[in-house]
Design a protein around this ligand. Sequence first.
Ligand code: KPL
Length: 327
Amino acid sequence: MLGQGAPSAVEPQTTDIAILGAGAVGQLICHQLHSAGLAVGLIAREISASPSEATDWQDLVFCPMPSNDANTDSVSYRVPQFGLNSTSLQQIKLLIMCVKAYQVLDAISPLLEKLSPQCHILLLHNGMGPHLALTPKLNGRGLSLGTTSQGVLRQSRWQVRQTGQGLTQFGHFTGPALNQTLQDGLLKAIPNSEWVEAIIPCLWQKLAVNAAINPLTALHQCPNGTLAQAQFTQIIASILDELVEVAAHDSVELNRQFLEERVYRVIELTAANFSSMHQDVAHHRPTEIEQINGYICDRASAHGLSAPINAQICQAIKQLSATKPKI
Ligand code: KPL
């Protein structure tokens, strides 16, 4: 394991970028920004001590993907961790929210009054919807959105392993744009990432993948690859038909054929994996169904349409979650 120049005591420092939500994706992004030399820290909702005690250090371990031509030793590093009362929150220029979609509003609420009015917010989660609810609460702050297909697994609380190197896309949504230096920093730090002109169509495309794969694997308790079987062809087609029609009413033109190809490519590339919703249901955790198939239904009703297959799927997942015993 390689150490990376960890400071030994709590020292004041300016952190430009803070990550809220240190799950698997949050830790992966944290590692990528830290190793690119960016000043990144974590926000820990559980630390709410007085301002002077509100900064701590967190040790993390990152395990790269096995590769023939790169060093795949684990890397240990440490980053500052701020509590909700830390005065350092005022200095943060970019807050990256890596919490689950259904946690975004509750997680950001106590922070909004503590962050500077110039702090830019970036949402990075599966599903869609929180950007609409968050926009009126931003008080003039800028909001960008992102989606990542990088694969990562949490091995213990502060150790993650990268399992896939998919595309990451970011783009501006509303308010002042993220400054160029931070944009460039993100793109340099995160392999295979791009800043796109229009992020919403990219989010709809990722939504299509999640809407087709996640609930079906949870309902049928199967790995992603099982969905290549002929018995799933019709339901996947119906999920996508409804999604494409609803997106068109939201002024997003999606190529139906391209979407279907993308869904089946992901099914093939991740054949042995269990989707995040499968895992959420199996571990009796809340699912992102409301922000995935539920978002399609919500946007359908906003346009006076219905999306019956997606609605049935939402219902089935909610029933499944309700019948599983809670820990
Ligand atoms: O993003 C995913 C998820 O599980 O949430 C997919 C792409 C379906 C991979 O499993």
